[in-house]
Ligand binder design. Structure first.
Ligand code: DGP
Length: 136
């Protein structure tokens, strides 16, 4: 896509600090890292988010993310969060699908979600809706 910044990076029109690439995936350092080494793993072809991606490509991106996570562990990173923001409501800012691979060192300013409680039948109801959608 012509205006997409990650497509521009793939085409070499914008710079990046690349750490990995193969025929369908590229990985480069995030410009606003949670910690140094925070890497974005992206499909070279433009897809807006995980919902648009073919399953086989999701698998390729996930396997590349694992390779990078393994490499981080081998250079002394203490833990790794892997995450993907899909949609503006989930915090997606760049609308070219990408997985974040984030080096972690315990209490290092990155905070995870605070879990909520379920009330009444909410847990069963939402599980039934997800299961029904999976069957359709
Ligand atoms: P999000 O869409 O919220 O999952 O995160 C997008 C990430 O992309 C954010 O952590 C910052 C990073 N980012 C944005 N623009 C650029 C860029 O031009 N180059 C690089 N390397 N990273 C970028």
């Amino acid at each position: 896509m012509s205006s997409c910044i990650f497509c521009k990076i793939i085409r070499g029109e914008l710079p990046c600090t690349k750490v990995y690439e193969d025929e369908s995936v590229a990985a480069f350092l995030d410009i606003k890292p949670v910690n140094p080494g925070h890497t974005l793993v992206i499909p070279k072809k433009h897809f807006e988010n995980i919902h648009d991606m073919p399953d086989a490509l999701v698998a390729k991106v996930a396997v590349a993310a694992k390779k990078i996570a393994d490499a981080m562990r081998n250079i002394g990173v203490k833990g790794v969060n892997i995450g993907m923001n899909n949609g503006a409501h989930a915090g997606q800012i760049v609308f070219h699908a990408h997985m974040h691979v984030m080096p972690r060192y315990g209490k290092d300013s990155f905070s995870l979600w605070v879990g909520k409680e379920y009330y009444g039948k909410e847990r069963e109801l939402v599980a039934e809706k997800i299961k029904a959608a999976l069957k359709s």
